[in-house]
Design a protein around this ligand. Structure first.
Ligand SMILES: *Cc1c(COP(=O)(O)O)cnc(C)c1O
Length: 389
């Protein structure tokens, strides 16, 4: 079935371009119109209808990357996630959500569902039995995120797809952390794949966008809701995202390699208590990750020894930027407690295993020796400060 599919870098570079018929330029021309003819045309085009020439072309690229029939792009990852969820959930429905989720998605669930008459349950674990336990007669959606943020837990994608089919429930996955380079959930039977394109798809920390990939039928259903909610992406950013995607394969593979080396380095370091990375052979999820991922990704997290202050450590870094967000070509670190998971109550954080000293590490494409040297000097600096006190 997959015989004809082109390699990832070929898809990134060539699929879903706007042909420059006028000048035969090598890259897509950008069409900025927000007003198109309505008579004698096949398609009535309008930016909020997700069908400008640049939007349509980019959707083809993203669909090809995720082995999907179709795709949609949005103004942010949360727009993609919220529009997709609201397309499938009605008053009286129920959704089962994975316990460990991106902070914004968690926040969406706990602040928005109730007012629309939608009930929700979070699982107590990551096994398919944990999800099955929460299913009710009115459950319409099962929602997973793997690898998860920030602890890089791995959910068995195939098991969740099977479970969803057994109960006739729509399965959705947030595939942001893996990117389409490392994981293609549709191959395992997942219905709807979601992305914050702000992350690996954009890859340069300069775009905010989101994407959905699914069957023609489901993309149409999501489209019908989305044109009402209106979360489309501007054509300038569409164009920039298309440009960014051309190097996604190269970038992410470099990040995979660097993250593996960083995880091994941190694992051996006496100042580090724990490392969470599915690429480590010692990681509980290593075998499962190997089964469903082509690469283990550029994200990892770790806990410093209790005697080392995590904020001070971050301030001592010189190359690695202590900054929000993730997946850019530059290495960044943050404290989930102060950022992505700050909206969560301390009790819920504890339940999810997110400690105050946990550091999330988005590994970039720099020379890995330079990243290691930066961590080493920061540890020396922060430890000498602690001794002076
Ligand atoms: C960033 C992120 C989102 C939200 O995306 P935005 O583009 O910030 O709206 C959703 N899921 C994951 C895993 C993310 O990292």
């Amino acid at each position: 079935m997959n015989k004809k599919r082109k390699g990832i870098n070929t898809i990134c570079t060539h699929v879903g371009e706007v042909e420059d018929k006028q000048f035969k330029g090598a890259v897509s021309p950008i069409f900025m119109s927000s007003s198109y003819a309505f008579e004698d045309v096949d398609v009535k085009r309008y930016p909020r209808y997700f069908n400008t020439p640049n939007q349509e072309a980019l959707c083809k690229k993203i669909a090809a990357l995720e082995h999907a029939e179709n795709a949609l792009i949005f103004g942010s990852g949360m727009a993609a996630i919220s529009h997709a969820l609201m397309a499938f959930l009605n008053v009286g429905d129920h959704i089962v959500l994975q316990q460990t989720l991106y902070g914004g998605t968690y926040n969406f669930a706990v602040t928005q569902f109730e007012k629309y008459g939608i009930s929700y349950s979070f699982t107590n674990g990551w096994d398919s039995e944990d999800f099955e336990k929460e299913i009710r007669p009115n459950t319409k959606v099962i929602y997973i995120e793997t690898p998860s943020n920030p602890l890089l837990t791995i959910t068995d994608i195939e098991a969740i797809a099977k479970l969803s089919k057994k109960y006739d429930i729509v399965s959705m996955i947030d595939n942001t952390f893996a990117s389409p380079v490392n994981q293609n959930p549709i191959d395992f039977g997942i219905d709807v794949v979601l992305h914050s394109a702000t992350k690996y798809m954009g890859g340069h920390s300069d775009i905010c966008a989101g994407a959905v990939a699914s069957s023609n039928e489901y993309v149409h259903k999501i489209w019908e809701a989305s044109i009402c909610f209106g979360g489309s992406l501007s054509d300038q950013t569409v164009w920039l995202l298309e440009r960014s995607l051309k190097t996604m394969g190269l970038r992410v593979k470099a990040q995979n390699r660097n993250a593996q080396k960083m995880a091994e380095f941190l694992y051996e370091n006496n100042d580090i208590n724990a490392v969470y990375y599915p690429g480590l052979k010692s990681d509980l999820n290593h075998e499962l990750a190997k089964r469903q991922m082509h690469g283990f990704g550029g994200m990892l997290s770790f806990e410093l020894k209790e005697s080392i202050n995590a904020s001070e450590f971050l301030k001592s870094l010189e190359l690695i930027k202590p900054s929000m967000s993730l997946a850019g070509v530059e290495s960044t670190m943050l404290l989930p407690v102060l950022t992505s998971h700050s909206l969560m109550s301390p009790k819920d954080r504890e339940k999810q295993g997110i400690k105050d000293g946990l550091i999330r590490f988005s590994v970039g494409i720099e020379e890995v020796e330079d990243i290691i040297a930066d961590i080493e000097q920061a540890l020396v600096k922060v430890k000498s400060k602690t001794m002076l006190v």
